[in-house]
Design a protein around this ligand. Structure first.
Ligand code: KG4
Ligand code: ZN
Length: 331
């Protein structure tokens, strides 16, 4: 089964052709990062306009690179939420237009289901698995059963992990999106320099990162007040340690509670070096397998949407041309 995936939920215009939910025939990601960087974050209206400008070219280029024409496809999958509504609508409208013109089945994909499906690309992994989804908009622990059905076991009560990274990056003067740069600085700092809070560490599977973010802001303020140069490496390393400690502890707890054997880590923060090291070590200690998709598949892309769409289409799911986009959408 060959599926075209389209993703426009935030600031990447992306398309991909994926075979049988596993093999990427071609994928294109047109990033808007440079456009939004000067505003310090994604400007929704600007994102929508750029998606409108780029989406058809991105799709045409992807089909060309995959060497397929519309007649070689078996379906069209598109992110229908959650995300920026105007941005989502561009992808959904384009997908509906293509489906109407070609007669191909259309399926709407939840963005987070896509992030999890990325873990199955270019591998032989099969569900059930437990998924830790850590992105700029989400921090969730999800169970995925044999039938590709999700159960949400835990989620953040406030900020997402990636959001906290981007905010801390801004506090230490790094350009948006600062997550990867905080990760880099953290490698050179002392993770024990500051004892930042690990919220809700001892209880349940939910998360909270807003207190940590405030504690980092407070420490930076203190350093500035005392006329010290901000110790960005140590702040980043100590912040990262606090985030990683909580993510690892909760993921390990969820693995114990569910008895699942494999943990997949998805979303942009899955690229984090500190998280990768710590989770790999904990998995070895506790005897479960942990899988990280390659970094290019951790951040927003359309191959993950095509992969999730494939799983849905294979199970008979198909949406009508009345498919709509939703800024908020439950799994
Ligand atoms: O999954 P994604 O591309 O978009 C969303 O769906 O949100 O994730 C982007 C997020 C940003 O917050 C970015 O700063 C963060 O992932 N990120 C990282 C790293 N690479 C990307 N955070 C920490 N360490 C990294 N290496
Ligand atoms: Zn995402």
């Amino acid at each position: 089964m060959r599926v075209l995936g389209i993703e426009t939920s935030c600031d990447e215009t992306a398309a991909a052709v994926v075979e049988d939910g596993r093999r990427i025939l071609a994928q294109t990601v047109a990033s808007q990062v440079a456009t939004h960087a000067r505003f310090g974050g994604v400007v929704p209206e600007v994102a929508s306009r750029q998606h409108v400008r780029d989406v058809t070219q991105v799709v045409a280029r992807t089909l060309g690179e995959a060497g397929v024409s519309w007649g070689d496809l078996d379906g069209i999958a598109v992110t229908c939420g959650p995300g920026l509504l105007g941005a989502l609508l561009v992808g959904v409208s384009a997908a509906k237009g293509y489906a109407l013109a070609t007669g191909l089945p259309l399926v709407g994909v939840h963005h987070i289901a896509g992030h999890v499906a990325a873990a199955f690309l270019e591998t032989d992994l099969v569900p059930p698995v437990l998924a830790l989804v850590v992105s700029g908009g989400h921090t969730e622990i999800l169970d995925l059963d044999e039938g590709f059905r999700f159960t949400r076991l835990g989620a953040t009560k406030d900020d997402a992990a990636g959001e906290a990274y981007d905010k801390v990056a801004r506090m230490v003067g790094l350009a948006y999106p600062g997550g990867p740069k905080v990760d880099e600085l953290a490698q050179r700092g002392d993770p024990q320099a500051y004892d930042f809070p690990r919220a809700m560490l001892e209880e349940g599977l939910d998360f909270s990162f807003s207190g940590l973010k405030s504690a980092v802001a407070g420490e930076i303020e203190r350093q500035k007040r005392q006329g010290e140069a901000v110790r960005a490496e140590d702040v980043c390393a100590s912040f990262q340690q606090a985030v990683v400690d909580v993510l690892v502890e909760k993921a390990a707890r969820a693995m114990r509670q569910t008895g699942r054997r494999t943990l997949v880590v998805a979303g942009g923060v899955a690229a984090n070096q500190g998280l990768r090291r710590a989770l790999t070590a904990r998995a070895a200690e506790e005897g479960f397998a942990v899988r990280f998709p390659p970094v290019r598949l951790c951040t927003d892309n359309a191959a993950m949407i095509a992969a999730a769409g494939c799983a849905l289409l294979a199970r008979g799911r198909c949406d009508a041309l009345t498919l709509n986009a939703h800024a908020q959408l439950s799994l």
